[in-house]
Ligand binder design. Sequence first.
Ligand code: SAM
Length: 223
Amino acid sequence: MHGSRPHTNNKKPDNKKSGKWAARQNRDPFVRQSQRQGLRARSVFKLEQIDQKYRLIKPSSKIVDLGSAPGSWSQYAASKVVGNDQIVGVDLLPMKEIKGVRFIHGDFCDPGSHRQIFDCFEEGRIDLVLSDMAPNITGIRITDQANAAQLQDAILAFCLKALTARGNLLTKLFEGESVGFVRKRFIEHFDRVQMVKPVASRAESREVYLLARGFKLNSSRPD
Ligand SMILES: C[S@@+](CC[C@H](N)C(=O)[O-])C[C@H]1O[C@@H](n2cnc3c(N)ncnc32)[C@H](O)[C@@H]1O
């Protein structure tokens, strides 16, 4: 289940590492629990734990799930909302259908995909933006940090156009120099910005989530 291997954007583990990876998957209680419950990835428990603490998803929430495949976050969100047209997932990879979730197969960084998202909702009415996306890792630290910051810039630009007043954002980052820089960028536009690391996120993983709550609608409206 790729959701537990955030650096690889769904690539299968290479041969050298696959035995170790499979052993870790077999030992992982969150992998077993997600399989028992028919959920598509162990990542679901990261969102569930954050949502249980911060109550991000309300029955009426309109939600965009960026980097949604294979779909466990969208599955979770769909189980929490009441209507059928409240969730839109976006991914470079295909995603099997989930009842109540519309899916856009494409690159979020392509501005054309933003238009498609807006077409799914009435303009400017998104309550919650979720992103579990990760840029491809090159191994060159400075490039990886720049790519990570660039992706978060694209997410922030989208939030500025799409979020409703007091809307929220949850986005995945990797610890490193770009975190402080990215955080500063979001602080300007949200009442409260904090880093969260749910128990389901492996302690050895550098992934952390930036949770930005209370979007200040008038902080920037480019259009
Ligand atoms: C860790 S997985 C997401 C797992 C998902 N949250 C779940 O619970 O099933 C990250 C996903 O982000 C997608 N992704 C990365 N960059 C993207 C981009 N620019 N546009 C759309 N999807 C992207 C990858 O294809 C991958 O499926």
